[in-house]
Design a protein around this ligand. Structure first.
Ligand code: ADP
Ligand code: ADP
Ligand code: ZN
Length: 216
């Protein structure tokens, strides 16, 4: 199963990706997580990406396309994959097709998690992220059992540098201008599945899993 999880920043992609990748036993490939790891480790890619990420801008397409080509060629994608945060521009979507051809795969579905701007701002400003495993929590809607500590791995929770109000607003604008056009792009290809993301985490989860089970 090859799935793209699509939606604005804060829609709940990372939260839902965890359930989907466990259920269908496919690797969860989050370009945001991979980029943050590169920033943390100070790699050449991380150094180039950091300024864009801190400002809530998109990292240049060429860097993302190289990153995703390398990642999809790893052997664990033989059973499929779940892309989270890629593609985010038409250029990235167009580059994805030849990369998939090379590994003999097609996309099965693009799951579009729809959430309005006001709710996104509230979710992102309360988001806390695990430094060790990348799991996300929310101080209001999805708190960890012990404040500041990851339920999954015991790691330290922190607030991302781009989860400040200014960067959040900018990311939502960037989404509307550069990423939202992909909805029509994938709808025309017959791949889009619309999900109402503005409900409880469990309800969203069960809708997505039901829609994906129908594809199998
Ligand atoms: P994305 O990966 O799309 O940016 P996340 O999965 O990190 O989004 O979720 C953004 C924030 O909203 C996190 O703090 C998360 O705990 C919270 N969240 C996720 N899904 C829901 C939901 N259905 N209702 C309320 N809060 C949610
Ligand atoms: P969110 O879902 O909260 O927007 P992500 O963790 O997916 O955040 O991405 C964080 C940042 O990483 C983005 O704001 C952007 O700077 C960069 N990034 C991630 N994926 C891409 C992509 N496909 N194209 C360009 N930039 C990306
Ligand atoms: Zn953790």
């Amino acid at each position: 199963m090859q799935i793209v999880l699509f939606g604005p920043p804060g829609a709940g992609k990372g939260t839902q990706a965890k359930f989907i990748s466990e259920k269908f036993n496919v690797p969860h490939i989050s370009t945001g997580d991979i980029l943050r790891e590169n920033v943390r480790e100070g790699t050449a890619l991380g150094k180039k990406a950091k300024v864009f990420m801190d400002n809530g801008a998109l990292v240049p397409d060429e860097l993302l396309i190289d990153l995703i080509r390398d990642r999809l060629q790893k052997p664990d994608t033989k059973k499929g994959f779940l892309l989270d945060g890629f593609p985010r521009t038409i250029a990235q979507a167009e580059a994805l097709d030849p990369i998939l051809d090379d590994i003999n795969k097609n996309l099965d579905a693009v799951v579009n998690v729809d959430v309005g701007a006001n709710e996104l701002i509230s979710r992102l400003s309360g988001r806390r992220t695990c430094r060790s495993c990348g799991a996300t929590y929310n101080i209001k809607s999805n708190p960890p059992k012990v404040p500041g500590v990851c339920d999954q791995c015991g790691g330290e929770l922190y607030q991302r540098a781009d989860d400040t109000e200014a960067a959040i607003k900018h990311r939502i604008e960037v989404y509307q201008k550069q990423t939202q056009p992909l909805i029509d792009y994938y709808r025309k290809k017959g791949l889009l599945i619309d999900i109402d993301g503005e409900r409880e985490i469990d309800e969203v989860r069960s809708d997505i899993l039901k829609a994906l089970e129908r594809l199998q």
